[in-house]
Design a protein around this ligand. Structure first.
Ligand code: G4P
Length: 533
């Protein structure tokens, strides 16, 4: 094995690649923006967005996002802070996008969970958290909006532990909430950090650090909240779990921080602690064992997202990849494992909001987007290593909603086929056909119903094709694993439907769980799978 140059090792070691997850409105966008403010990537928070467009500040790509006020695609932001090179993956917040979220999390080494202090764990937090735990990555909690009336601190921690089943370890502790939110107490330094006015969060503000036993503290915090703080700290020190880096790394213990993204209180403290506690790029599993970026000198990456027509000004297709090892150089030739040939990675770019920046170099841990002439699929591996290993695949989530799709104007068949195939290749939808019919009868399966709207909208706007969608009653899909099955002789339930996917593999659609069980019972040896491999 060739030696890894120190320069490459150092570049990789200083990388921190993470995703931010939250229930919509908990403050993910605001927190991301404040990270950029502290990283010096923007000068003044709030200046990049008007009030009405606040939540679109950093992740606006598709028109539909603006119309719906939700984030459909995930964006990637890179900036520097304190010697670290940070890659933030913004996960789609809407409940319908768990599949896309899962893929995004595949590219992350850790996750930050933002929780609204007045609401605690919400529906979407729960769902996203579950996806996070599937990856066993470290999860850090930022309890936001402490400038508003918040739930009791202990209650908040209990809520996380009970609802999400993860142990918590507060790294700091809030002093008051709402108008009385003065700052946080750092449990490791035993210092109180008091925040100065940040002019509604537009400036970074100053932090005054005073030891908890120093009498100077009385000048800043009145008796009642100070007494409460001391009591709470004592309780917490006696009862709560201690910090354990190993448990954090395994995703079993979540360090918790308190603050207000809006007023910047506690943001920088969180950022610096988090960057020290989280991990540099982790080894990844391949078909030839773990690939460790500290041992593998050659470039390797996998594709976790493909997006077409991302920006009207650039009509193209971009494959996003997570670099896992080595150094990337613009225009380099790499071996595309699944395609079985060499390809040149051209027009490499990184994203800053909707702006793209061409890059010359990138290292393990980074996320880059490259021009995709239509050859990449989600999960594909690219490498310069002679070992030609393939990273473990990204599973396809089983769709839960199905609809028959027809084009309104039958003259636009070509555009329709092209559009629907391209969108399916991106992984946003899955398409199926009945046996013995052509492409005029297509069944679309999606993980979340909103994807139907996205499909309709994109076909109209990007391909100029109007479609009609008729909902079908199926909720379950199963791939048939047996290679020797005679479909004509397969006996299912009356409400079952036999279809095939794009690769011609047979599948069954069911309306309920019972039908699946009946079908397995009625056909001896039949093996059904939830995942399309
Ligand atoms: P999201 O990305 O998680 O969906 O949340 P986002 O940051 O867009 O924040 C949602 C709303 O919560 C915004 O208010 C934002 O200003 C507000 N917010 C975020 N962090 C804090 C905080 O620490 N304290 C308080 N009090 N509010 C916070 P909005 O009214 O929807 O937008 P805007 O009109 O105020 O910009």
């Amino acid at each position: 094995m060739s030696q890894i140059a120190d320069e490459i090792k150092n570049q990789i070691k200083r990388r921190r690649t993470f995703a931010i997850i939250s229930h919509p409105d908990a403050g993910k966008t605001t927190l991301t923006e404040k990270f950029l403010l502290y990283g010096g990537a923007i000068n003044s928070a709030g200046s990049v967005k008007g009030k009405a467009t606040a939540r679109h500040a950093v992740s606006d790509w598709m028109e539909i996002e603006k119309e719906r006020g939700i984030s459909v695609t995930s964006s990637v932001l890179q900036f520097g802070y304190g010697g670290y090179c940070i890659n933030i993956l913004d996960t789609p917040g809407h409940q319908d996008f768990s599949e896309d979220t899962y893929r995004t999390l595949m590219a992350a080494d850790s996750a930050v969970m933002v929780i609204d202090a007045s609401k605690g764990v919400e529906a979407q937090t729960r769902k996203l958290f579950k996806v996070c735990t599937m990856r066993h990555i470290p999860i850090f909690t930022f309890i936001n909006k402490m400038d508003r009336e918040a739930m009791d601190t202990f209650e908040l921690l209990d809520d996380i532990e009970n609802e999400l089943g993860i142990a918590t370890c507060p790294v700091n502790w809030p002093i008051g909430s709402g108008k009385e939110f003065k700052g946080v107490y750092d449990r490791s330094t035993r210092k109180v950090e008091l925040f100065s006015d940040t002019h509604k969060g537009t400036t970074q503000g100053e932090v005054r650090k005073i030891a908890i036993d120093d009498s100077e503290i009385n000048e800043w915090v009145t008796d009642a909240p100070l007494a409460q703080l001391k009591e709470e700290i004592e309780l917490q020190d006696g009862a709560g779990a201690g910090f354990d880096q190993e448990l954090v790394s395994k995703g079993e213990l979540s360090p918790v921080f308190f603050g207000s993204a809006l007023t910047n209180f506690g943001v920088e403290t969180f950022l610096s602690h988090f960057l020290d506690m989280t991990t540099s790029p982790l080894p990844r599993t391949s078909d030839q064992g773990l690939v460790d970026p500290m041992e593998e000198a050659d470039f390797s990456a996998f594709v976790f997202k493909i997006q077409a027509n991302m920006n009207k000004a650039h009509r193209d297709r971009i494959a996003f990849m997570r670099i896992c090892s080595g150094e990337f150089e613009a225009g380099m030739d790499v071996y595309h494992i699944q395609g079985g040939k060499k390809v040149r990675l051209s027009q490499p770019q990184q994203m800053m909001a909707s702006e793209r920046k061409m890059i010359d170099k990138a290292w393990g841990g980074d996320i880059i987007g490259v021009f995709d002439p239509g050859i990449f699929s989600i999960g594909d591996t690219l490498t310069t290593s002679a070992k030609r290993f393939a990273y473990e695949g990204i599973p396809t989530f089983a769709p839960e909603h199905f609809a028959r799709v027809r084009q309104v104007d039958t003259m636009k068949r070509k555009q329709f086929i092209k559009g629907i195939n391209q969108i399916a290749q991106e992984g946003a939808i899955q398409i199926f056909q009945e046996f013995n019919t052509g492409m005029e009868e297509i069944i679309v399966g999606v993980v979340g119903v909103l994807q139907f709207d996205v499909l309709k909208y994109r076909l109209e706007n990007e391909y100029n094709v109007e479609i009609r969608l008729d909902n079908l009653p199926y909720e379950y899909i199963r791939w048939i694993e047996n290679t020797d099955v005679d479909l004509d002789r397969l006996t299912g339930t009356s409400d079952m439907k036999k279809v095939k996917d794009l690769k011609g593999r047979p599948l069954l659609l069911f309306v309920n769980d019972w039908s699946i069980r009946m079908t397995v019972e009625r056909n001896e040896g039949l093996i059904l799978s939830e995942f399309g491999r």
